[in-house]
Write a protein that binds this ligand. Sequence first.
Ligand code: AMP
Length: 453
Amino acid sequence: MAFTKLGLNPDILKAIAATGYDQPTPVQQRAIPAALAGGDLLVSSQTGSGKTAAFMLPCLHRLAVPTEGRGPRVLVLTPTRELAQQVTQAADTYGKFVRRLRCVSIVGGASFGPQLKALGQPVDVIVATPGRLLDHMERGRIDFSRLETLVLDEADRMLDMGFIDDIESIIARTPAKRQTLLFSATLDGVVGRLASRVTRDARRIEIISEPEQRGQIAQLLLFADDLAHKTRLLDTLLRDTELTQALVFTATKRAADEISGQLREKGFAADALHGDMSQRERNRTLQGMRQGRVRVLVATDVAARGLDVPGISHVINFDLPRQAEDYVHRIGRTGRAGRSGIAISLAAHFEKRQVRDIERYTAQPIRVGVLPGLEPKARPARSDGFGDSRRAPGPRRVAAKRPLEGGYGARGRTHSDRGPEGRGYAGEPRRGAPRSHGHSLPASGKRRSFGNH
Ligand code: AMP
């Protein structure tokens, strides 16, 4: 199917042609005509599926016809600042031939001055994180009287991050006759309940993950005996000649800082990205990554959400994600725009259940490999060196995650279920998870290849 068949304004089609996209992705093929028809939508789609264009193109189509007034006609809510900035960038790219289009990003962590200035002018699209938007709303800075479309992007993640009250307060102050487009990795549980409150007669569009659209991501699991072993594995992986840029995930901000510092000492062009950094620092780091100056980015989940850097060839989970669904978001940072990528997870022996949880969630087995010369020893005792500051403590996670668990069912089981010893989850997992198969990675002299085999 061609983009020209979707019924979009010629100015939008011209911008799409300039991006070089050949044809709409499955989520775009289904969501764009449905959104243009005007009804509410609930769309389940994975990151990397082309979902941003799926909601932004129909919004821009409408904005191509100007209306009177100054307030936003489209509001997009996103969980993180990085994602908000990417969505704003997408709006500018796809809307570059729409006359006098004004898109503003309203995110936390940035100074108020420029945002107040931008909101003082007429605006068409606001892309915002919920907290900061509410701040501006409470100061009477935003007039939603001409709002036509509300988009909730990565709604599951916004709820996961505790934005439910903010989202509901924002929505309560938007016109009832708006169109609402909700995009989420899952439409079950708490997301489904929110959707039923904020949409009307919504059409459900479920896109089962389409690996062929998302580029080929080879997944691999390496078991590590202790922290020192993990560090050696990381060092070796980062010397793979096929590595262009790597994103390394850690469980804590402190670990992200420590590991990036250690890597820099070893001569890697490494940097950290996490929520304690100012927006200016984060922007500088992201710019470095996009320009290729930073080769290894060590990040926490929140900071890396929505990151879209095509050069990322490797995602390395130095620490496993706390929730199975985060794994999908993490590995989706590689294999962008149809390229291939590799996702390598380093796991302690006692984390086998988390691995099984991930496999169940993705319905894919993760191949277990070893690096020659760095094979794990025989299964060690449990007090094996992982109990240092880099591993986020189990009990504290209970408080953070408990309120949100209900709706996600088995898919969203978190490490909060794990006892203080990190021994595994309380509830017995379902049987029948995809099986992992043991493989050895080929060692070809210095060069280690991790291709599919
Ligand atoms: P998203 O799922 O919105 O994060 O998009 C993932 C990536 O796919 C982004 O780098 C987009 O630029 C790219 N993309 C979006 N739509 C298309 C398309 N129709 N063809 C090729 N690439 C696309």
